[in-house]
Design a binder for this molecule. Sequence first.
Ligand SMILES: NC(=O)c1ccc[n+]([C@@H]2O[C@H](COP(=O)([O-])OP(=O)(O)OC[C@H]3O[C@@H](n4cnc5c(N)ncnc54)[C@H](OP(=O)(O)O)[C@@H]3O)[C@@H](O)[C@H]2O)c1
Length: 223
Amino acid sequence: MKVGILGTGPVGRALGHGFVTLGYETKLGAREAGNPKAAEWAAAHPGLGSAGTFSEAAAFGDVVVVATLGTVLPQVAAAAGPEHFAGKVVIDTTNPLDMSRGFPPGLAISGNDSGGETLQRALPDAFVVKAFNTMNNGLMFRPHFDGGPPAMMIAGNDAAAKATVTRLLADFGWPALDLGNITSARWLEAMCIAWCMVGVATGKWDHAFQMVHGTPAAPSVAD
Ligand SMILES: NC(=O)c1ccc[n+]([C@@H]2O[C@H](COP(=O)([O-])OP(=O)(O)OC[C@H]3O[C@@H](n4cnc5c(N)ncnc54)[C@H](OP(=O)(O)O)[C@@H]3O)[C@@H](O)[C@H]2O)c1
């Protein structure tokens, strides 16, 4: 399996490092050929790592990761060529952050829509799975968490695509928790803002969400 990554930022480079470490040929794509971050990343990952454009990375990957600015997904899809994604699993790591009022950010898309749904509409023949959007990039590959690994919450319309992503996540050190179809990207992207607020409150950026289950001390109250 080959992996194409659209995005030369911290997420693209961190996930690229993970995929190469796992033995996958991986191409990191940028808007323009010759992007210095992509070239530097490829040079640091000789053999399996290479650099290219969004279009070249999308065409290269059997699985494609989108790790770009989250407010420009239609433009990213158009630049990459939607035909290059047909029938492929696409991992959407993005958040449609609105930084116009500074930090913490708001969401440029929210409520009855999401970045994940926007990407799925732009790539109608692909199987988009939201993942990796609610933790720091430094924790994306084989992290250590006190108390064990938290869940990677994912969302997407296609069960087989989510099964593929679940297997990849296991190799990355993350158990997956399926939140349902791609409309659940609405809640995962909102959780990114909650994640930022925890960082603001604690001054730490090493946190991740975990789902825990409890035993009630008394029967639940119902009408
Ligand atoms: N940073 C984190 O730890 C983290 C964690 C979880 C999720 N996320 C999400 O993951 C995504 C990637 O984050 P990041 O911090 O790695 O990088 P980023 O700075 O948000 O995005 C960098 C990438 O976006 C592309 N880009 C920027 N402006 C663009 C435009 N107008 N049109 C098309 N492409 C454009 C850049 O292209 P070039 O390569 O050509 O410069 C670059 O590849 C974001 O949506 C972010 O919210 C980030």
